[in-house]
Design a protein. Structure first.
Length: 425
């Protein structure tokens, strides 16, 4: 029952129709999908989609545009890999796993096979990770297989630079029924690789851009902005689902949420956006001034509302959208396996107790460290507790110390301690 799917060709046709459907018929498709839901969280998502359609929300126009631009292979994978296997039936499989082992597997597995990169971006979370003895292709495939047995069908590929490892395409090809999201600066993607992504169809691409040219080049290096835009356009033209990701800092805050910047991204093919605020880890540990101020963070929800009202794009903001994940998802909705196999609660939560090379996946999920992380979420279920590292550093410090967790990014413990002391004062 858990591997139920419809042929990719039929899925592609249905989603292709959706790009040109009337709102009435689009609602009919949503109502059909609603029959596959099994929990309140799914139902809330369906209700939100109905509301967006009824109110002619710009995001719906953005979704229609995206479905019309992606190629048939990509459209076919979208419903089966991401919606059906990743969310709807994936939840049922994860629930069965929970009932058998009394531990809930994550919906999303994040993997950083390497921290090697062709750029040196200031504030990168991977900037101070160990670079020796990085994950092999076999180890990455083993993790995807183990997570898949538990019902985790969504895999986020991070780095370093994702495409610095050429065998990434072999992994995508080996797991055609997995929904991948790949974060990349895009500069290593040539025409041949873009064509292969379009043919495989099971990966959406998020290009790293940190605002207009002066901000992106200032952080990533000269030419990074124009290079990223060129690759984004080529991916879009090839029918690959592409968007952008950005680190919201104190310096680029206003630019990131501006209609001008978002409009430029849309013009170059972006169908979605990921925004995450800078937090104290990686190279960012060395300069807390990179973090948005408390005043800026208070403005984010309204900035996001304005961005969504004015732009036809699916706009996701980790800080403002905590209600979607019901608070911080670290160790609960997602886990991160870093480049040497350490298992962290989240890519932005660089502390670990266990390693995939030394302990089975199930035992890691059951560990006291991960159980304590989940208890923090239950203790602070409020919607704005979006990231423990940013909002509850004192709790992070307590859990880290209680479990003797080691920092996996040099300098993080020092800065979390400083933030915890600041919160306590």
């Amino acid at each position: 029952m858990f591997d139920l799917s419809i042929p990719d060709s039929l899925s592609s046709k249905i989603l292709g129709f959706a790009s040109n459907l009337s709102d009435k018929n689009l609602l009919r498709i949503v109502d059909t999908v609603a029959k596959l839901t099994s929990i309140e969280w799914h139902d809330k998502g369906i209700d939100a989609m109905r509301t967006f359609i009824a109110e002619k929300h710009p995001a719906i126009a953005g979704v229609k545009r995206a479905l019309g631009k992606v190629n048939p292979k990509v459209r076919g994978k979208l419903f089966n890999n991401y919606v059906l296997r990743g969310v709807l039936l994936g939840y049922k499989k994860r629930l069965a796993f929970y009932n058998e082992y009394n531990v809930a597997p994550p919906g999303n597995l994040m993997i950083s096979p390497t921290t090697s990169c062709n750029l040196r971006c200031y504030g990168c979370y991977a900037g101070t990770h160990i670079r020796s003895d990085e994950l092999t292709q076999a180890e990455v495939e083993m993790m995807i297989e183990e997570a898949g047995k538990a019902g985790t069908n969504l895999v986020t590929w991070l780095g370093g630079e994702s495409f610095i490892r050429p065998w990434i395409f072999e992994v995508l090809e080996k797991f055609p029924h997995v929904g991948f999201q790949i974060f990349t600066n895009g500069l290593l993607l040539d025409d041949e690789k873009i064509a292969r992504l379009a043919e495989l169809g099971n990966a959406m691409i998020a290009i790293g851009i940190d605002g207009p040219e002066e901000f992106t080049d200032g952080r990533k290096g000269k030419g990074a902005y124009r290079g990223a835009l060129e690759v984004m356009r080529k991916l879009s033209d090839a029918g690959v689902l592409v968007g952008y990701s950005t680190m919201v800092s104190r310096q680029n805050f206003d630019a990131i949420y501006s209609d001008e910047f978002i409009g430029t991204m849309i013009d170059h093919g972006a169908s979605f956006a990921w925004c995450a605020i800078a937090i104290p880890q990686g190279k960012a540990c060395k300069d807390l001034q990179i973090m948005p101020t408390d005043e800026q963070k208070a403005m984010i929800p309204e900035k996001v509302r304005q961005a969504r009202r004015n732009n036809e794009i699916v706009f996701i903001d980790f800080y403002a959208d905590a209600k979607i994940t019901e608070g911080c998802g670290a160790g609960r909705i997602s886990i991160h396996v870093n480049n040497v196999g350490d298992v962290e609660p989240c890519v932005f939560f660089p502390f670990a107790v266990d390693n995939i090379r030394q302990k089975p996946f199930l035992d890691i999920l059951k560990s006291e460290f991960f159980q304590d992380i989940r208890k923090v979420h239950k203790k602070y279920p409020g919607e704005l507790n979006t990231c423990m590292m940013a909002t509850k550093p004192q709790e992070v410090l307590r859990v880290v110390q209680a479990n003797n967790a080691r920092e996996t990014s040099e300098g993080t413990l020092e800065q979390v301690t400083a933030l915890a002391e600041k919160k306590a004062s």
